[in-house]
Design a protein around this ligand. Structure first.
Ligand SMILES: Nc1nc2c(ncn2[C@@H]2O[C@H](COP(=O)(O)OP(=O)(O)OP(=O)(O)O)[C@@H](O)[C@H]2O)c(=O)[nH]1
Ligand SMILES: [Zn+2]
Length: 245
């Protein structure tokens, strides 16, 4: 893994060719990666897909669900059916984005999520190939929206984002990336360039056997409403953030 640069390993290593065809009613989820036959990954399935034109260009939208779990995780991908271009950069561009209704839907300035979401789609569109996995159930780093709002109340009384979670009886971060790993495996993607400032995401992928060829910084400008939040992530959670230094 390298930090913030271009990885110079075998181009296309991120694509292990695989046929992915999962029935959803009468409409199959068609392959999104180069075709070959391989068994699908147990416990995860694509339950719907359609082309999705966006302000950032056209993506393929897919829903993935874990067996016995109603959460609908969203994958927006582009160019995965194209062979990787020869030469660097190797590995597919990936954003694992934790659901944040306040930031992603309403443009809340308390965090950086909304701008990071937009930036990720822009970067994938610019490169022409990559994916965003939008992880449901990650709201509030796993504590849910209502408890995140309760944490905001405590932050307004002086606690930081770490201590507010603890004061409410929660872990600081209870997110699990297993479903993202399963989706990547289902798509045949074994090596990625991860757009993130969070070292825990790198560790989670590598622990699961997904090679992180590069952690690509994914910073957006800080502003007065989220500066302390970003400082806490840097100082207490080990996030790589330079915009607040
Ligand atoms: N508990 C809690 N969760 C928050 C708070 N602010 C944002 N979140 C949630 O944090 C999640 C995003 O995590 P972050 O720590 O901001 O960033 P990250 O995804 O780990 O790292 P990046 O990949 O660099 O974006 C989203 O699910 C948000 O809902 C907060 O003050 N308290
Ligand atoms: Zn947020």
């Amino acid at each position: 893994m390298i930090e913030g640069g271009i990885a110079h390993r075998n181009a296309g290593i991120g694509l292990r060719a695989r046929q992915v065809t999962v029935a959803w009613g009468n409409k199959p989820c068609v392959p999104t990666t180069q075709a070959a036959s391989a068994p699908s990954i147990p416990g995860i399935r694509c339950t719907g897909q359609a082309p999705l034109p966006t302000a950032h260009g056209e993506f393929l939208a897919q829903v993935y669900q874990r067996e016995g779990d109603a959460l609908e995780h969203i994958v927006l991908s582009r160019g995965l059916d194209q062979p990787a271009v020869a030469g660097p950069p190797a590995g597919v561009l990936l954003r694992m984005h934790s659901e944040c209704a306040t930031g992603d839907l309403f443009g809340s300035l308390r965090c950086d999520c909304g701008m990071q979401l937009t930036l990720a789609l822009e970067r994938i569109a610019k490169e022409g190939r990559g994916l965003m996995i939008y992880l449901r159930g990650h709201e509030g780093r796993g504590i849910g929206l209502a408890q995140k709002l309760a944490a905001y109340q405590l932050q307004d009384q002086g606690l930081d984002t770490v201590d507010a979670n603890r004061a409410l009886g929660h872990a600081v971060d209870s997110r699990d990336y297993g479903v993202a790993v399963a989706i990547l495996q289902q798509l045949g993607l074994s090596a990625v360039r991860l757009m993130s400032n969070n070292p825990s995401k790198v560790a989670a992928l590598e622990a699961a056997g997904i090679e992180v060829l590069e952690r690509s910084p994914h910073e957006v400008p800080a502003q007065s409403h989220n500066r302390r939040y970003l400082q806490t992530k840097h100082q207490r959670m080990g996030h790589f953030l330079t915009s607040i230094l």
